[in-house]
Ligand binder design. Sequence first.
Ligand code: ATP
Length: 271
Amino acid sequence: MKRRLAPAKVNLCLHVTGLRSDGYHLLDSLVCFADFGDYVSLTPAAETVLTVTGPRAEGVPTDGRNLILKAHEFFGEAPEVAIELEKNLPAASGIGGGSADAAATLRLLSDLTGRPVVENTARLGADIPVCLQDNAVRMQGVGEVLTPIVGLPQMDAILVNPLKGVSTPEVFKALVHKKNAPMSHCPQGGSLSEFLNWLDQQRNDLEPIAKELVPEIEDVLDSLSAAALARMSGSGATCFGIYADRPSATKAAAKIAADHPGWWVQQVRLN
Ligand code: ATP
């Protein structure tokens, strides 16, 4: 049996810089990864089946709609495997979920067969190439132009989701300003406060629209007001708060979870 973490991806900022003639939006985003996520395991079997377990399994498809099975198909002549997905990340929440699971599946199949992960994974989903990365990366184009960013500080953070799913296509459809400025040059190798000063000047251009679709996002951001920086990830509704140190993050996570028992609250380390 082979098992892998499919980490949550967090868009520390996400600028929409243009629209391609085929309708895809051009993005400029700084993406990092959490030390928390789903787990995907593969065991050689007579036929390929997917089972989904874990606290956030409800409603996740186990048939061909699941990106894990699409990734298995996409790998090409993949061996038959029993796949178990331990679902810890809320679905449709802007932190990668299905794309992270698909990327983990491709890497597990690569480990199992000794064949490299196939190219052009963007055809499987715009977020798959970025989820195949291990470390922070600047994502441009429609998600396929990736530049590693080294020297980001380790960040103690909380992820908070009001458990309201957001449809990514719906958010992009409602976008009015499609040609915003790209992110400015990211400082690498500096202190946390220097990095956060820079990050504070960047944006998530999808946040205003997602807030209109899901007003609870405003409440989530309010709950993170004690953080050094709080913002929405991806197309939402998950927001992250970055804290000065681990004890501050732990204290804030406990308070938010107690004040909002219906929300998903997870302390993480981002890098
Ligand atoms: P992104 O951050 O890339 O926009 P997301 O977190 O918003 O992704 P997903 O968690 O991938 O979105 O879920 C989007 C939809 O995809 C879900 O509503 C679900 O029906 C379907 N889906 C397919 N495969 C998976 C999977 N492995 N895990 C969760 N949802 C999946």
